[in-house]
Ligand binder design. Structure first.
Ligand code: PLP
Length: 344
């Protein structure tokens, strides 16, 4: 059966050029970059070349980038590493943050929720774009605080600026890069301690570097500008989809519809309907979409990203997220509309 994939915010397929770069690196550059022989030095050179290329794209110094395995890992390294120096003062955090960000904050003794901004706050944590709703957020003030930006969803979909923050995290598998490639950027001089000790990454992240993932990420970054252009043009298709779907029934609402959003994301509330059931029926019909819920150990927990916007738990259980890949076709979107219409 033909399948149509509308879950790009969960993971997007790696570009063909990325797959090729990873394959070649696995075959040719498998030596340990810490080794001092010629093979090791070659691997080291390739990593540093990739670091320079990615740093140039982000307009930061190469030495400020730490390669890691995921945005989740980058958030853990960052927030746990800031805690020993700053953790007695409060962290001010956006309540709709991803759990990858909220979990390491449990090590902090005081967390307050934005927009409340305590005068003595040590760090301000704000995602650039929300994974469920696609809503884009600006970095709040907080003078003297370390400003942390989670760019996992924004990267590759909209331009990302690091001028208004001091540290940021990125994920490879949502922007055409490989799984296993994450990135932590920290402005030099941050009061931070390594939590995963080892000589690699200038003692900031121990563990032999995943060279194929790093080289694959650099190739994906080379394609960022064209990917963002393709994403920008998705907004027309997404808006047409939403105009059509909301014209059917007053009980279908676009969450975050009036706000600036990622161009590929549509978060739909089907009042009185069960999002899980809709999701399962669409899956059977050949469409991969997502609910606004996270499934942990078999139990479905409604998304806090939706409830923090003022929606009830029941409403949060009635949400479907449609997130388009950059090459989404109008015919696929029409077929999805027809399938949803049959089910609602
Ligand atoms: N932050 C946000 C906003 C996300 O959407 C995600 C993943 O969905 C993450 C962090 C974690 O990214 P990764 O899968 O690279 O660990």
């Amino acid at each position: 059966m033909d399948r149509s994939y509308f879950d790009a915010n969960a993971s997007a397929p790696p570009l063909a050029e990325v797959v090729e770069a990873v394959r070649r690196a696995m075959q040719e550059d498998w030596a340990n970059p810490t080794s001092t022989h010629r093979e090791g030095q070659r691997a080291r050179f390739r990593i540093e070349e990739a670091r320079r290329e990615i740093a140039a794209s982000l307009r930061v110094a190469p030495g400020e980038l730490v390669f890691c395995a995921s945005a989740t890992e980058a958030l853990h390294l960052l927030l746990r590493g800031l805690q020993p120096a700053l953790g007695e003062r409060p962290a001010a955090v956006f309540p709709g943050e991803h759990s990858a960000c909220l979990n390491p904050l449990r090590a902090w003794s005081r967390v307050s929720w934005l927009p409340e901004l305590p005068a003595d706050c040590a760090t301000v944590v704000q995602m650039a774009a929300n994974n469920e709703t696609g809503i884009l957020y600006a970095m709040p003030g907080g003078s003297g605080a370390v400003r942390v930006k989670d760019c996992a969803q924004a990267w590759g979909k909209v331009p990302v600026s690091l001028e208004d923050c001091d540290a940021a995290v990125f994920s490879g598998h949502k922007m055409g890069g490989p799984r296993g490639a994450g990135l932590l950027w920290m402005r030099s001089g941050l009061p931070w301690e390594a939590v995963m000790e080892g000589p690699q990454e200038r003692r900031r992240r121990g563990g032999t570097e995943d060279l194929p993932a790093i080289l694959g990420l650099a190739v994906a970054v080379r394609h960022l500008t064209e990917r963002q252009a393709a994403q920008a043009s998705l907004a027309v298709l997404r808006d047409q989809f939403e105009t059509e779907i909301t014209s059917w029934h007053r009980d279908i609402e676009v969450i975050g519809g009036g706000a600036p959003r990622l161009p590929n994301t549509s978060c739909l509330l089907f009042k009185g309907r069960n999002g899980e059931a809709l999701h399962a029926s669409l899956d059977l019909a050949g469409f991969a979409v997502s609910t606004g819920s996270a499934c942990h150990s078999g139990s479905v927990k409604p998304s806090h990203a939706i409830t923090t916007l003022g929606y009830s738990l029941e409403e949060a259980r009635s949400v479907l997220r449609i997130s388009m890949l950059p090459d989404a076709q109008p015919s696929e979107v029409e077929a999805l509309l027809a399938a949803i219409k049959r089910l609602t």
